[in-house]
Ligand binder design. Sequence first.
Ligand code: ADP
Length: 741
Amino acid sequence: MEMTSETTVDKKAVLQRYFGYSTFRNGQEEIIDSLLSGVDALAIMPTGAGKSICYQVPALMMDGVTLVISPLVSLMKDQVNALISQGVKAAYLNRSLNDAQFDKVLENIAQGEYRIVYVAPERLKTMRFINTVKRLHISLIAVDEAHCVSQWGQDFRPSYLNIAEFIAELPVRPTVGAFTATATPEVKQDIMNILHLNHPKEVATGFDRPNLFFSVLRPTSKPKELQKLLNERTGKTGIIYCATRKRVEEVCKALCDKGYSATRYHAGLDDEERQKNQDDFIYDRKRIMVATNAFGMGIDKSDVRYVIHYNMPKNLESYYQEAGRAGRDGEDADCILMFGQQDIETANWFIDHTEPNPELTDEQNEQFKQKEKERLGFMISYCKTQGCLRSFMLRYFGDTADDRCEKCSNCKTSFQTADVTVDAQKVLSCIVRTGQRFGAQVICDVLKGRVTTPIINFKLDRQSTYALLEDVKPNKIKALIDSLESQGYIEYVGAGRPVLKVTDAGWLVLKGKAQVQAREALTVQTTVKEPTDSSVNTELFEALRDLRFKIAASRGVPAFVIFSDATLKDMCIKMPTTDDEFLRVSGIGETKRKLYGERFMSVIKEYAPEKKHAPEKKSDSPFYLTQAETERYEYSEKPIAVSEIAVRINRLITDDNRKKLKATDITEWLFSMGVLKVEEVNGKNCKLPTYDGTKLGLSIERRESKAGERYYVTVYNRKAQKFILDNLSFFELQYSPKSIK
Ligand code: ADP
């Protein structure tokens, strides 16, 4: 069925009214259209892409009830709370409800009280539930985390196998939508077959999460590096994943002792403490969660700004899933992995000591183990690659990717290369002379000339290579060993405690037949470094965050259920002081305006005098725009000339009494600001950007007139356009710029 334009308007109106967003994200509209026209859908979209909107919008547009099947019991309450605070009638049915509460919800469902009901899969078999819903009009069934039906995946849930049976029992088959973030071809096939999807519309938006910055670090001291990373991220919320419970305890204690707001989570804690610690993190009472991989499934905290892996996980699937818990709100977030040689040993140990699955044959168990080792190999390669981290990962998952993303530590770090042949020979010689029996730590200690137990026991201090690199710092020796290993001059062999051996390539170096170069990182970047966004008033942002925390605490919900960080940021930019303006903030619909508008605007008003262009007040300046007009300005992503900017601005002016802006009004002001200068090119005076101008976003474009004459114009990118727009009210002054004669 073709969508009518009316439906198009409707779904946008629903998106705006309930969720406060003005545009759909990639893939959302296709899924919504499909479900609205009664065609099943299978959506494969990464975490944070906005899958919920894909079934929530149709749910609000169709008659009857939408059932959302989700395995994440701990998450349902927050999801339902979030919907209610957006003005959507919703409820949930799971094992956290007692019998009386369960019955009450069923009674309300029967009376048509809700538009959306979340159900745990094991509840689908309850007779009371089946009998109630059989009498209802179920318009849509959304299966969240649909990969749980597949035994191929890591999250298989037997109760998911009930879903098809349940659907078959309904008098009329509703449209079915399946949603997942992870799907290999086998899993995808399982979802289609097991859920009996009927010629579903498939939408896959790719695995990339453009807002995440990926880094791999090889610190010589992980505790010190961690502290540095945390100090660079003060006040932000983050997760630190460790490989073992013991490490979680150590790291968490060290952080708490130093005064960081940290808590911990692992399977060794009792249920009560785990729940408490998790809540402390979700409700912002603690900023840092130190945890094993037991933490995270079913945690919908959208404002996690960084995920640090203290140890390397066992495969890229786990890594992407865990790291992907950062930045679910679409705002910038950092995923940092601290890699050390010891991590490989730990990961191997885990694989070797996994209990065999009794349902599989010995041969199948062995195959499984080999597969795990293979996956570990890719994980290690990710840690060691010198190429783009994002493209490595995306290609591993079968996506295409550019060679460079410019948003990972490998793309953004500057290196210097040096010839290290002589020192490399010393390392190689030490490995050979000590009998190729030791790992990096012992080799480093011998070269440094230390006195340690292995050195005494094995009489290594009598070797000719003892103390050969006495004057070199231990972290430099370690870095050199790492570099020799990653370049293939030495390799680790043996399980358990692998030892270093010299490879054929290494022997060539030892014999003086090959040179060794090493790359040294000058500055390692682990986050997006953009000039701080001057349009976001940080003081106001903090004040709004405080208010959000207070409201959330009094309502007993996590802060992001009230507003996301993205919404608070947009408030700081738009500084709304009227209801209409408040509604224009991204993420604010009717209900949230009514619930919170007044309180947030009263805080904003305290900061309002700082507004750059006092909006509704008619300025004395001959040029001004109201705030509403400013918001309608259409930014050109492609740099444009100043005359074009003037046209775009004049188009916004809604009354005739105002003076129109001329291009020269803008350029004269820019001269006075020192961002433009006059320069003679080919005998002609051209207005060109100064150094400050280029930093602002001005650049030069060469053009040709019809007569074939070349000339130059200055063009303005988005940032420069915003700068002009933000400062219109200053144009009233009469400038007599010195730079033009
Ligand atoms: P997923 O289930 O795919 O991990 P969510 O449904 O939780 O993602 O959405 C992630 C975040 O993106 C939420 O904060 C949500 O409100 C926001 N979001 C979803 N759709 C849009 C949109 N069209 N515009 C802006 N933000 C959106």
